[in-house]
Structures are given as C-alpha cells and as structure tokens.
Design a protein around this ligand. Structure first.
Ligand SMILES: [Zn+2]
Length: 68
C-alpha cells in the first residue's frame, strides 16, 4: 500500500511529466482510500489549472514585446 508521502510526490511529478500506468494506478488506488490525499490532489489540480492559465497569459503578452 502506497504511503501518503509517495502519493504526494506522484501528484507533484504529474505536473512535470506523464506518470507511468503503474504510478497512475497506485495513485488512483491511494486516492480512493485516503481522504487527506484526495483533498491534496484537488489542490494540485487547481494549481495546475491556474498555472496553465498563467502560461497562456504570459504567452499572449510576450508576443508583442518578444518580437524585437
Ligand atoms: Zn494518503
């Protein structure tokens, strides 16, 4: 059974690289049993979405000033 520390690591790594199916399965299994990590996973997802939006905005703004 996966420990919470490992689950949190996977949640964080998932933002940087695709997880292997093994990692996905064990993470999902852990999340289905652990309420604390489920909450944590939600935070990561929100962070990830916020990060994507920031990237898009930065990209849109950078196109004007970066062309010189
Ligand atoms: Zn946990």
């Amino acid at each position: 059974m996966m420990i919470c520390k490992r689950a949190t690591e996977l949640m964080s790594q998932r933002l940087d690289r695709p997880l292997t199916w093994k990692e996905k399965v064990s993470l999902r299994l852990h999340l289905s049993m652990c309420g604390a990590c489920k909450q944590c996973n939600r935070q990561f997802e929100l962070l990830h979405l916020a990060g994507q939006r920031l990237d898009e905005e930065r990209h849109a703004q950078g196109e004007d000033s970066g062309s010189h």
